[in-house]
Design a protein around this ligand. Sequence first.
Ligand code: ADP
Ligand code: ZN
Length: 732
Amino acid sequence: MIPQTHPTPAEAADLPLEKLKQYWGYDAFRPLQREAIECALAGQDSVVVLPTGGGKSLCYQVPAICKDKVAVVVSPLISLMKDQVDGLNASGIAAASINSSLSDNEKRLVAHEVETGNLQLLYMAPERLVLPATIDFLKRVGVAFFAIDEAHCISSWGHDFRPEYRQLGELKKHFPGVSVHAFTATATERVRADIARQLNLETANTLVGSFDRENLLYRVHRRGDTLTQMREVIDRHKDQAGIVYCISRKEVENVAATLNELGYKAKPYHAGLTVGERTNHQDDFINERVDIIVATVAFGMGIDKSNVRFVVHSGMPKSLEAYQQESGRAGRDGLQSECTLLYSGGDLMMWKRMQSDPGAGSQELLEAMYSYCTRNLCRHRMLVEYFGQKFEKSDCGGCDVCLNELQTVPDSLVVAQKIISCVHRVNQRFGVGHVAKVLTGSGAARIRELGHDKLSTYGLLAEHRADTISDWIGQLVGQGFLEKSGEYSVLVISATGRAVLRGETTPVLVHNNPATKKSARVDDWEGVDRNLFELLRSKRKETAMAKGVPPFVIFHDASLRDMAKLRPSSIDAFERVSGVGEKKVTDYGETFIACILDYCQQHGVPTDQAVAGAMSASTSPPLPPKVKNKVMLDAFVLFDQGKSVAEVAAQLDRALSTTGQYLGKYIAARQITDPGRWLPPDKVQTIRKAIDQVGTLERLAPIKELLDDDVSYEEIRIVVDCVKVETGFSMS
Ligand code: ADP
Ligand code: ZN
């Protein structure tokens, strides 16, 4: 878990932290979030680099709700915008996106919300933002700041260059006084500098987080029986979400079909499917109708699913950049997840053949990837150092090497010396297969013809199989002690290889199929009632389906685990669950508490375990009860005195929209059915008519569409909240 800093009492009074608690239900910021937020609040341009799952979105969402004007977020894909907007709305934050999937009417509504100052975050694609009409509109209404998500798309050095991002460089020209904040997970220095240059950010603050994904457990196996090796991983994560990456479409189809025959729920995903098929399969995965997606690397960009528990690669990716990206889709919620990579020496050769433009660059990337597979050094360390950061720990506690899962060959040095001298004896003119045969003492005719049966190294490793030896040779190549040279890939000895012969350095050789795994990791399931977790998961799925949103928009897995651990029996206790903000307490508190109570009574499990914020902000001190609600309670008192929303907002120094939400809760708490205290009767009547016509209380937009512009969302909400009380309507 990423370490957290304790908030001091002085800090606890600050606005960003207050918002974090109120809307997201988190107790502390993650590393660099506060710094990034402060840049946005101070109007200081910034480039923020945090790994996947590091919490980049909060870095612009929190300041956006602290500001009066709208914050504009640039995002490359509609699906990404949609997930974020859904998530924000579910937490009670006014956000919307403008994109090509909206009708003209819907677009007008969003624009109206911006104009009336009701919207806090507006998402759009770069090509729309740079349209003259959009620029004019935004100049007119005023922008708090621009946040550029996936900012590496602006750089042609990055892995996902999008030409339409280039025009964002003009933002600074059009909006000289408005700050621009770029966010990316891409680690390379060159891309980072390019982002700032392309966006014309002259004095941007650059914030770079640690690239280590502490919650990911990395494993590398040489490929044997691929299906068995994959199933071993899948079975460790029964009924959980995972991605299996394959190199070819054909393999994707085969693996998906086989997994389904074996009773797993899997869907294929590759560029050969129709757009419709791909969308359906992706939706099935996101909405938990299937557990596994089997995919080529075409899959992943544009999904924000936070609870992917494992990623398996059936073959070696073509670079560590790609591996970081693909494996990084696991565990975005910060919970432990597994990334297992299966590889063979053949993968390296295949990539080399496939690369149409064998520029030196791509070869280097391939070698680095292969070396990750074969060096048998801490995987976390290799990744972090590859991306140019120091790794301070000697034992990461989260990879197959540090967990001692690899069976190292006890006399690695001697074995390596035997192999390397054999390469020397055959004059560095033969490939892997031949050298392995000489070492096993093979009786093949070719060996005799060449006189290699007379070499001193002939039969030196006769007790091992040829494929085992080939494997070790592959490891020595990967570790740089041997090199493959020329068209025939003959083995030659490197400078460090000669150092091995002199006994000055020792390679790490491991056995082919490591014995499996009793992971010695600290388990983040500790204290969690697993059956209750599963029950809450199906409750979440049911709720999500009814609402038409993905399950993780309702609650993240981390929150469900925290619920299954704390087992809150009251609203007060429920508020302490990590990732549960005020709106979620109101919307889902009752339903989930009922579920927990039922379960605990039936199974004699104690409720109200007193650990606060256990899953995410693990070291934060427990909050005093009710602190989250203090302002809301003050608002209740003022509402009781008959004050209007505007008066209460002014008195408590809160936004109108926030105060509007307090009023919603007030109406529910006091069981008020008559909106007459806040609205004139004729207005109430028109709104009620529109509600009847639409026939649902779930969404305000369609109601708003039927009404004149002078009826605001706030007013509609008041009537809807009263009707809800009247009809006993429950949000879940
Ligand atoms: P990124 O965009 O960097 O990949 P996200 O913004 O999607 O990361 O955040 C990843 C996960 O971490 C989300 O589930 C988010 O709710 C959670 N998260 C973000 N900030 C915090 C925090 N301060 N405390 C606890 N969880 C957080
Ligand atoms: Zn390690």
